[in-house]
Design a protein around this ligand. Structure first.
Ligand code: SF4
Length: 323
């Protein structure tokens, strides 16, 4: 059987140039996963095609797609499949995006209902070309989900809305997602090469802004390891997130989607991920996911339940102390 990571390293047809390809990096056993072959996987794929929805699972060549789609968990990527940025780690197509699909909010809600989702994750490409960065489409998707599947909890993973962050975050928070995720992606020193279109402190400010707008919305953020970051830099990012009152941190291994993307500098061992996880817990995050295959939306529903229970327990403790 083919390993999924090998599939993930196959350049998309649009990327073929006829140039000789650099050699693939060999991956350790702990991140080799099975190809998607289940009926659940095929059903999820069919549904997404029928409803004309994109998923980050496919576009980012996520190694967990076999497992997630078998269980009918998919992360819908709204606002098209073409991104206006060109980050060095990301496999999503870059260029001039097409017009926004007005049916996307309803179709997302139909997908959530058909898959019977208790928790849904919605993300998007960057849309620097739109006056609101795409914020109003997030709002419409949240509203459609609330109307059609009121019991589904909603997690959104947004871009940084460069230059229009405040009104965008305000509008989205008003729509009331349960979890607001925005990834810092890497340590600040690596931004110029890995995430050149973004600013570390602007992303941190976005996370702060969510909390100041509505402290009840859970905030979540993550970074990829293996891009050349130092251990203490990772600890600093954790501290920065905690200063912004981020509730949930995710740490996962960066995988090079094609030989043209940033190289993997290190395959961080599962033991080292565990150590980072312990440090993050000690720093006070309500929930921590730290493993080579952790992705923002991996097991997002189960993790949401744990995080919500952790907050309730924290509030109960506080009440007991104040009596
Ligand atoms: S981890 Fe997230 S992006 Fe990857 S397949 Fe699962 S739901 Fe999709």
């Amino acid at each position: 059987m083919v390993a999924m990571n090998d599939l993930a390293n196959t350049p998309k047809p649009g990327n073929e140039t006829g140039e000789e390809r650099p050699k693939r990096q060999r991956k350790p056993d702990w991140i080799r996963v099975r190809a998607p072959v289940s009926e659940g996987y095929n059903e999820t794929r069919r549904l997404m095609r029928e409803l004309n929805l994109n998923t980050v699972c496919e576009e980012a060549a996520c190694p967990n797609i076999g497992e997630c789609w078998t269980q009918k968990h998919a992360t819908v990527m709204i606002l098209g499949d073409v991104c206006t940025r060109a980050c060095a780690f990301c496999n999503v197509k870059t260029g001039m995006p097409r017009a926004v699909d007005p049916m996307e909010p309803e179709n997302t809600a139909i997908a959530a209902a058909k898959m019977g989702l208790k928790h849904i994750v919605i993300t998007s490409v960057d849309r620097d070309d739109l006056p609101d960065g795409g914020a109003s489409q997030f709002v419409k998707v949240i509203e459609a989900l609330r109307r059609n599947t009121p019991d589904t909890t909603i997690e959104i993973l947004t871009p940084d809305f460069r230059g229009k962050m405040r009104p965008a975050v305000e509008a989205i928070c008003e729509a009331g997602p349960d979890v607001y995720n925005h990834n810092l992606e890497t340590v600040p020193r690596l931004y110029p090469t890995i995430r050149p279109g973004a600013r570390y402190y602007a992303s941190l400010r976005l996370l702060e802004e969510v909390k100041s707008h509505n402290p009840l919305i859970f905030t979540k953020s993550g970074i990829m390891l293996g891009l050349g970051e130092e251990r203490l830099e990772v600890h600093q990012v954790m501290d920065d997130m905690r200063s912004a009152e981020v509730d949930f941190i995710t740490l996962g291994q960066y995988l090079q989607p094609t030989p043209k993307h940033a190289k993997v500098e290190e395959f961080v061992t599962p033991k080292a991920f565990d150590a980072f996880g312990s440090i993050a817990r000690a720093k006070g995050f309500l929930q921590v996911a730290s493993s080579p295959l952790t992705r923002s939306s991996y097991h997002a529903g189960d993790d949401f339940a744990v995080m919500r229970a952790a907050r309730e327990e924290k509030l109960r403790k506080k009440d007991r102390l104040s009596v």
